[in-house]
Write a protein that binds this ligand. Structure first.
Ligand SMILES: [Zn+2]
Length: 390
């Protein structure tokens, strides 16, 4: 059993200081009196690990809707084990892995390979499938078959260029009840076009990594109209502006960033997804777009939220509760729920890329100041990351 004392428990609905007891995989009790009574009744206190979390927050662990696992096939950028270690260090216990693997995740084979390789690691990976075969934008995957494994599909890294193909995919998404995660490049033009197609098909579309005011405005309108649209922003598009570092979409202007932050405050944004995309120095030098941030995303977001007075409840909603909902589970802090939790402090520190556990080093933020540190990550009732021991 694990007894966590004095933490402020936070999810999208709650914020209260309480003790919490974990037994087996689940949250057994919340509240000091109940826990005291239980401990008294059972008598044996030897096997209780006690964590004093005075001054710290306890949230449902983070879930990333936008992760590049780099496996199978690209382990020279990041191995399965490194992906696991980087995620739990960042407070994540579940990620949605994009389909641009080698071979592309357009078949049950690749999805099964990932599941096989991750089965003994605490990180839960939802390997999604591509929308089109081999990400070529020409022929749709077998949605009926792949729906046995995932309800999320994406050609992320590329547009679905052909509007007719996207139209067909969105019609299927409505018929069969799945969601397409959309990569838009150039962003605003593609967002505009895809909202048109969404309106006609009434499918389900999730806009990935939106960076620009104009694109966000279009999506806010589409949502107000009642279209089934959701929207993601990334840590790097909130944490910096006018920065010359190759990512897709590019880091935007101060005005764009300000609008994204305001959109979060106004409740228009659904998720913060990291778009963690490891590359070797060589691939980066050859122009590969992408940034690694799974180990620092909480600290980047906490800094932005603190500066802009955005409450922790919203952070929990965007980094955990909404992604959990979109991947089919309730992960609120409740008795009986599985104990996937993270304990966080508000320490100031500086990013040091030499300390990353993943092998890649593609970040422009080395040395930048951030706020907030993951102290413990708990997956299915087990402490899988302890900062004091890391
Ligand atoms: Zn993308």
């Amino acid at each position: 059993m694990i007894l966590i004392k004095n933490a402020v428990l936070i999810d999208e609905y709650m914020e209260q200081k309480e003790d919490i007891l974990i037994e087996g995989k689940n949250i057994k009790y919340i509240g000091k009196n109940k826990i005291d009574r239980f401990v008294e009744e059972t008598g044996n206190t030897d096997d209780i690990k006690i964590i004093d979390a005075q001054g710290k927050y306890l949230l449902p662990s983070f879930i990333d809707m936008h992760f590049h696992l780099r496996n199978p096939g690209l382990e020279y950028k990041q191995t399965y084990k490194e992906a696991n270690d980087a995620c739990i260090k960042g407070g994540y216990t579940k990620v949605v892995a994009m389909a641009n693997t080698l071979p592309v995740a357009d078949s049950a084979d690749v999805i099964n390979t990932v599941a096989e390789n991750m089965k003994n690691l605490p990180l839960e990976v939802i390997q999604i499938a591509s929308v089109t075969k081999n990400l070529q934008g020409k022929e749709l995957v077998d949605f009926e078959e792949l729906l046995k494994y995932t309800k999320l599909f994406s050609d992320d890294g590329k547009n679905v260029d052909n509007p007719e193909i996207l139209r067909e995919a969105l019609i299927k998404s409505k018929e069969l009840g799945f969601t397409i995660l959309d990569h838009d490049e150039p962003e605003t033009d593609m967002v505009r076009r895809n909202i048109e197609i969404l309106r006609k098909t009434e499918g389900n579309l999730h806009f990935c990594h939106i960076s620009k005011k104009e694109s966000m405005q279009l999506i806010i309108k589409a949502k107000a109209e009642g279209l089934n649209a959701t929207v993601e922003v990334t840590p790097h598009h909130l944490f910096s502006y006018n920065l010359d570092y190759r990512v897709n979409p590019p880091i935007a202007s101060k005005e764009d960033v300000g609008f994204l932050i305001q959109s979060i405050k106004n409740g228009h944004v659904d998720v913060i997804g990291t778009d963690h995309a490891p590359h070797t120095d060589e691939d980066k030098a050859n122009g590969a777009p992408g940034i690694i941030n799974i180990e620092t995303s909480y600290a980047m977001i906490r800094k932005v939220f603190k500066e802009n007075e955005i409450p922790m409840k919203i952070l929990s909603k965007l980094m955990s509760n909404n992604p959990s909902r979109m991947t089919g589970k309730d992960n609120h802090i409740k008795e009986g729920n599985e104990a996937n939790l993270v304990i966080l402090s508000d320490d100031k520190w500086n990013i040091d890329k030499s300390q990353f556990v993943t092998r890649s080093r593609n970040t422009p933020y080395d040395g930048w100041e951030v706020v907030g540190k993951v102290q413990y990550t708990i997956a299915k009732g087990e402490i899988v990351y302890d900062n004091a021991r890391a």
